[in-house]
Each structure stands twice: as structure tokens, then as C-alpha cells.
Write a protein that binds this ligand. Sequence first.
Ligand code: FAD
Ligand code: UDP
Length: 394
Amino acid sequence: TTGSPDLVVVGSGFFGLTVAERAATQLDKRVLVIDRRDHIGGNAYSEPEPETGIEIHRYGAHLFHTSNKRVWEYVNQFTEFTKYQHRVFSIYDGQTYSLPINLSTICQYFGKSFSPAEARALVAEQAGEIDTAAAANLEEKAISLIGRPLYEAFIRAYTKKQWQTDPTELPAEVIARLPVRYTFDNRYFNDDFEGLPVNGYTAWLTKMAEHPNIEVRLSTDFFDVRDELPADVPTVFTGPIDKYFDYQAGELGWRTLDFEQEVLPIGDFQGTSVMNYADEDVPYTRVHEFRHFHPERAYPTDKTVVVREYSRFAESGDEPYYPINTPEDRAKLETYRDLAKKEAAEKRVLFGGRLGTYKYLDMHMAIGSALSMFDNRIRPFFDQGASLDGRLDD
Ligand code: FAD
Ligand code: UDP
């Protein structure tokens, strides 16, 4: 596209691309999407590993699942989905168990057959040690829900590795609930719709940006070009909200991940896509074997790609992945939300997405939230001359 854009979108992740796609196709607006990275798609970006052709998710494995019918219909405009159903296993003390904790996990762990009622009674008895309402930290809360033995095996060390903090020092709210299933169902997600994009995430994301009204400018940092953008053009910002405001209320805390990728000269390393490691002396939290996300594809049978995942606190320069959300973080966020409201009223800037709202959002949530922003803010702005300000879009 040439000429001045009607809308600027900062960030080409699912949030930004959904806004751009709607404005281009539903309102016939010219949209400029800019991204500091050299590729489209934000953290959902994927690419073939060059030696094997196996599709790798560069920023961590992404599983699509939703119960939101509107989102499901929307995403099916851009890609078909495979029948993939996610399942996770966990290695603890030399044995492999099925997750989330279910009847199979319980029978195997306690070394005997339990009926659903027997397993329920056993867990209730073990969990009775601590009253959930009185739980003062993550460890107590978890024990009050599933009992000490299962907690010690599958939760304690894994959680400690993921947060680099002892569970007795993590707030109880970090786990709202710990599901225990008293059936042999080990599907990881409960949602109505689930699958992986048939031609990969990047093909899906590229299709969203395909409309001629959309121009995507990569390797371009908003903070380097903002002065060159036309004044007054409405902007949707999906980068970090604290950075936008020059960290004036302080930096928000994030966890990041390190990925160690390896091509192995064997056809199958672990027989499944994700294996958690519950033992404390294994430094990584889990191993992804990407070929198993697409059993329908003709991948080489003599090579495989595995990625070990390590978790730690993000420092400046690291990719921010999961909001830590301490009470201090929440206080800072309040300040940033007030600033964002003013920015919408005075500068026509809206904040959205994972980094723009400091909220962990699954893909379907980012897309759903972008569709709401489009309906409630962007369309009224263009169609009825409404102002963009008001509350932050949740
Ligand atoms: P992002 O994808 O992060 O996109 C933001 C974009 O803004 C980035 O491309 C960034 O480069 C760009 N940007 C930032 N600052 C600037 C700037 N100053 N100038 C220009 N561009 C800028 N969801 C699921 O549904 N299932 C999963 O299994 C799943 N697994 C995940 C695993 C990991 C490790 C992580 C981190 C996330 C996972 N997610 C998963 C969540 C998913 O990644 C998000 O829902 C999705 O990425 C949200 O999209 P977004 O557009 O808000 O943010
Ligand atoms: N968890 C755990 N053991 C496991 C898997 C999960 O203790 O094998 C706990 C852990 O506290 C973690 C939380 O459950 O922080 C959520 O884990 P999950 O792997 O679902 O989150 P993801 O990293 O995939 O978003």
C-alpha cells in the first residue's frame, strides 16, 4: 500500500494481526503493521528446522485450543486444523506417568488398582492434612488439594524449577486449582475445539496479513520510527506497556525461557510431543519433540528434533514470556493503566495483547480480546467518529 495509513498496529502477533485484518477487510482501512523482529507472527511464529524440515515453534510449543465458537469460526477462515489432541507425560524417579494427575497416575504411583471412589477417598484423606482456606503459600494450597505424596512427586520440584522459588515462598493464588481426574481421561485441554494448523503457524499468520490494505514492515522498532508516523493516526500498541511509558512506574516482572535445541540421529526420542521432568536434579522442566505434533506429516524417519526448556527470571534484553504478577507488579500496572487511559484520549493509542496488558493470554484469548477491541473501539471510532478513550480493553 502507498499513502498514509488509517491505522498503525505495533506488533504482528495474533492480537495485532487480528486488529489489522478486521480493519482492512471490514472497514476497508489502510493498516500499517510494524514489528521489531525480522519475522511476522509474534511468539506463535514457527519455521522448519533446516536439516530435518520438522516444524519448530521458535518461542516455545504452541497448542491451539478454545471453547469460544466465535474465535473458532474466525480462525478457520485462515487455516484448517489437524485432529491433534495434546497429552503430556511426566518422568519422576525413573518412571513415566500420565498427566494431568488422573486415575492412571494415581494407580501407578501408589502401585495398585483403585476405583474412582477409592482414589477419591484416598486423595481426600491425604489432602485433609491442611485446610484449603487456611493455606498460606503454594505448597500448603497444593497439599490441601491433592495431598502430600502426589504434590511431592509431580508438583514441588517442577514448580520450583519453573519459578526458581521454593513453593513455600510462592503465593497460594499461583495455583487457582489443581485438577485431579478420577477417570483415565488424560487429554490436557478440556476445550470444545483443538488442533494444530495444517500448514503450520507461519502460514496461518501470513494469511491473516495477506489483504492488500495491510502493509507489514519488519525489523522496525516503533520507538525508532514513531516521530515519522503521521500525527493523529490511531495506533494499537501490543509491545510492553512499561516500556511505552519509559518505565516511569518501574519495570514489570516477567519469567523467560531458554530453549536448547538438538537434532538427534534417531527417528523417535520420547514417543510423545511433551515430556515433563518432575525430578529436582534434572535442570530443565520439559522436553519437546516437535515431530509428534504432526504425526500426519512425512518427516524423516532417521532424525528427530528435541528442545529442552529451562525457566528463569527475565532480565533486560530477555524475551518476556510469563507475567510474574507480584503485588508490586500489580501496583505498577495500576499506574500504567491510568496512563494508558489518558494516552487513548489524548493520543489515540490503544494497548492490547500479552505485553500491552501484562496478562498471560492464550492465542484464542488474544484473538478474542482483539475482536472485542475492534467491535467496541475501532469500528465505532471509524464508523461513528467515537473517541478511542475509555477503559483499557480487557
Ligand atoms: P506477541 O505474540 O508477543 O506479539 C507481540 C509482537 O509485538 C511481537 O512480534 C514483538 O516483536 C512486537 N513488538 C514488541 N515491542 C515492539 C516495538 N517496540 N516495536 C515493534 N514491535 C514490537 N498460547 C496458546 O494458546 N497455546 C499455547 O500452547 C501457548 N504456548 C505458549 C508458550 C510460550 C512459551 C509463550 C510465551 C506463549 C504461549 N502461548 C500459547 C501464548 C501465545 O504466544 C500468545 O497468546 C500470543 O503470542 C499473543 O499474541 P500477542 O499478539 O499479544 O503477543
Ligand atoms: N505443574 C507442575 N507439574 C507439572 C506441570 C505443571 O507442578 O508437571 C504446575 C506448575 O506449578 C506450573 C503450573 O502447574 O507452574 C502450570 O503448568 P503448565 O505446564 O500447564 O503451564 P505452561 O507452562 O504450559 O503454561
